[in-house]
Design a protein around this ligand. Sequence first.
Ligand SMILES: Nc1ncnc2c1ncn2[C@@H]1O[C@H](COP(=O)(O)OP(=O)(O)OP(=O)(O)O)[C@@H](O)[C@H]1O
Ligand SMILES: [Mg+2]
Length: 218
Amino acid sequence: MRPGFFLSFEGPEGAGKSTQLARLTRRLTAAGRAHTVTREPGGTPLGTRVREVLLDPALSMDPLPEFLLYSASRAQLVAQVVRPALARAEVVVCDRYADSSLAYQGAGRGLPAPLLASITAAATGGLTPDLTVLLDLDPALGLARAARRGQPDRLEQADLGFHQRVRGGFLALAAADPARFLVLDATQSEDELDAAIWAAVSGRLGDGGAPLVAEQNL
Ligand SMILES: Nc1ncnc2c1ncn2[C@@H]1O[C@H](COP(=O)(O)OP(=O)(O)OP(=O)(O)O)[C@@H](O)[C@H]1O
Ligand SMILES: [Mg+2]
């Protein structure tokens, strides 16, 4: 058993991942649990540059190079942020992780699963979250929520069929690994989701823990 606890938030655009991640961060701070908050793509200086490329609406990108860019950001994040924080016995909370690539580049774009699995294993060294919160939402609703934020990014511009395949991809991943996934209906209120997530996280963390240290790696 490695120390620390690794939690990822997954789900389609506008499902409420970042909203619930902020709520959970406040809960962890109040509970005095040392934690590191980060996101994909991004989380490191290299990842932040890669993120700009990935989300740029002006760039066209084939599925394979897109996946390799996500994997590059992920490999740097695991090495530079996630593993060191877990070694310090912290709770690491990540806004999207490898399941997003399996859903978006696999189910969404059609890249073969064995290719995704082998490159993801290389990028992460096999590091898998202890718990993955999947906020499940009809993509039409999620995109409408995200649209209220302003100009759509490159992925938000993709067609609805793509986003429906992504949703199905996430649900298939969760069905294949029910011990790791907590699937929540993201049409619930922010308060309801926050309570359900905290019940699962606090239950898995148990009592005690490292002293309060909060880090931001966004
Ligand atoms: N439970 C909820 N019910 C209704 N609206 C919500 C809920 N949670 C978040 N929202 C709103 O939906 C929008 C998207 O939320 P948020 O940015 O947290 O989603 P996200 O999953 O992080 O999206 P993205 O994939 O684009 O990063 C925000 O305007 C937010 O206020
Ligand atoms: Mg977000």
